[in-house]
Design a protein around this ligand. Sequence first.
Ligand code: FAD
Length: 291
Amino acid sequence: MSRVLPAVQRNFYFLARRFVAGEDVASAIAAVRRLNALGISATLDFLGEDVLERDAAARQRDVYLEMLDAIASAGVNSNVSVKLTAMGLLVSEDFALENLSTIVERAARNSDPFVRIDMEGSPVLPATLRVFRRAFAHHKNVGPVLQAYLKRTASDVDDAIDSGVRVRLCKGAYNEPPEIAYRRMSEIRANYLTLARRLLERGHYPGIATHDHRLIAALKQFARDRGIGRDRFEFQMLYGCRPRVQRELVAQGYRLRVYVPFGTHWAGYFYRRVLERRENLFFALSSIFSS
Ligand SMILES: Cc1cc2nc3c(=O)[nH]c(=O)nc-3n(C[C@H](O)[C@H](O)[C@H](O)COP(=O)(O)OP(=O)(O)OC[C@H]3O[C@@H](n4cnc5c(N)ncnc54)[C@H](O)[C@@H]3O)c2cc1C
């Protein structure tokens, strides 16, 4: 059995490969270079979540420090995205804050000093925002992700606008209960549109993270109508998702950042991509057969 499991992992890795840049820092930097050559900036994510031991969280943090140095020495255009459960949030908030602060301080030396805190499932959301707020009190180069499927997010967006916080807005990738989350895609899309418009008008360089062509078209139109310059926000997409649309946005003069995950702990990330869009499995298969 112990021999079979790694073999299964390996086989699935070939599927995940379309959405994951590689297993080490060097392959992640190579992927960022390819994106930069297309006029696309990046945010690097070292895959891993739900770390329960201090040593493991410290190792995750150290890879972030290595990534930040590699970004600087390669001279590529990228910042980083981090999950607080990988930084030991489930061990203690103080410990996660310590690790996050080390990363944020190191990132401050880079030409793009920003550190994005990914948002995970709702059980860790309050703690994630608390740790973010404590870090933000000392460092302005850090900002959270907010999820449009959550009913509370309208008020979190207003708070972020009032306190000068730079937000990435996404729909949300976890399975949340109806008491706290919109479940119908039409409702999620409507809330996304409302909140993204608010961020475009009054926010602080928001990241509009979606592959949804209807939302992208509506938000481009909104920005045009309100005279909101293309330098005041950026679109964001995931590595391997809609590459043609990515190139079109850049050709139209929009800023685009691609989220580039890498590392060996790709399973949770890959399953979320497949669950939210079954076609992603077919894309993954087709990239194997066409390579
Ligand atoms: C940069 C970035 C960072 C993210 N960070 C987080 C995070 O921190 N926390 C979190 O919970 N979630 C995060 N997400 C995931 C996000 O919450 C959604 O789960 C994910 O983006 C899917 O929603 P969507 O709006 O992109 O499009 P979907 O709702 O998947 O798709 C909407 C429509 O867009 C079209 N479409 C979408 N993808 C494709 C495709 N590949 N090919 C063709 N058509 C397509 C289809 O018409 C589809 O019906 C992030 C997403 C991005 C892009």
